[in-house]
Design a protein around this ligand. Structure first.
Ligand SMILES: C[S@@+](CC[C@H](N)C(=O)[O-])C[C@H]1O[C@@H](n2cnc3c(N)ncnc32)[C@H](O)[C@@H]1O
Length: 277
């Protein structure tokens, strides 16, 4: 079972489900199109609340329950943890029998590449992709592989909880963390440093000293950079639904990338009512 992260967990699921319904309404008008729902971090099917004493349905099951205007033709759920994978599979076999649903125990990065290859050879398929990691698990290379394909991608970007934690205040970042930032953003380390830190020469008693400081509003700046990165792969990227913790610190930016203007409009429409949370 996965653990509940507050109001925003519910909001995130509602956004994806609302988008999926609108998406299927559009796809329903194109009879030649087959639809694939790909969930790269599917979870166990339920999310624990109140110290796991109660649980609510996870996104995977909510998506499987959509009947109107029609269900997806194929569901592909990726989950790395064996226990979670088995739990999700068991629930699907028991309660959602008859759906064309596949549950695989694998790394999302590998399966994103497999899905891209599948879509290249199955031109009549369109995919709605949901990427819901806790941390910086998705490599930029996996996102880049989705270029020019019929994909609408919802992605949870760990701006505050991931990237910002690696961008140390004094810019003295270890080699391992710089590698992680490079892999996640698909950018060279010098670009990343220059983008997020300011240098200022100041006169001191002992001569000129270069002071380095982090840019202001850094977490939103990380969100903006990820949006720009997505725009190199997809034509349009939505506004972000910004998720904060109880102390008002930003944890994640949740955004949608698509090649269709209608997808962009719908994404912004489903995000907007959630801003006030
Ligand atoms: C935030 S939870 C997903 C919650 C789920 N989307 C829902 O709405 O119920 C993240 C899940 O990703 C799984 N996970 C972690 N690393 C992974 C990876 N590299 N590939 C696939 N799944 C992974 C974890 O075991 C965990 O169940």
């Amino acid at each position: 079972m996965n653990q509940f992260g507050g109001n925003w967990t519910e909001a995130k699921m509602e956004i994806v489900v609302a988008y999926a319904k609108a998406y299927l309404t559009i796809m329903n008008k194109q009879s030649w199109v087959k639809t694939l729902y790909f969930d790269g971090f599917a979870g166990s099917g339920s999310i624990g609340i109140n110290d796991y004493e109660e649980s609510i349905k996870g996104t995977a099951l909510r998506i499987l329950e959509i009947k109107n205007p029609k269900p997806f033709d194929i569901y592909y759920f990726v989950e790395k943890d064996e226990k979670n994978k088995l739990a999700l599979e068991t629930t699907i076999n028991a309660k959602y029998f008859g759906k064309n649903a596949h549950v695989v125990q694998a790394d999302c990065n590998a399966k994103l590449l497999d899905m891209a290859n599948y879509l290249i050879t199955h031109k009549n398929f369109r995919a709605l992709v949901f990427i819901d990691p806790y941390g910086m698990t998705v490599n930029w290379q996996s996102i880049e592989a989705l270029k020019d394909l019929g994909i609408d991608l919802w992605i949870l970007v760990p701006t505050g909880l991931g990237v910002n934690r690696l961008l140390k205040n004094d810019s003295d970042i270890s080699d391992a963390w710089l590698n992680k930032l490079e892999k996640f953003l698909g950018l060279p380390r010098q670009y990343i440093i220059d983008h997020f830190y300011k240098r200022k020469d100041v006169n001191t008693l002992f001569g000129i000293e270069t002071q380095i400081s982090k840019e202001k509003d850094i977490v939103n700046k990380i969100g903006d950079l990820y949006t720009e990165r997505l725009k190199t792969v997809f034509k349009y990227v939505s506004e972000s639904f910004v998720m904060k913790n109880s102390t008002n610190s930003i944890m994640y930016h949740f955004m949608m990338a698509t090649n269709k203007p209608a997808g962009l409009t719908i994404a912004n429409d489903v995000i907007k009512p959630k801003y006030k949370l």
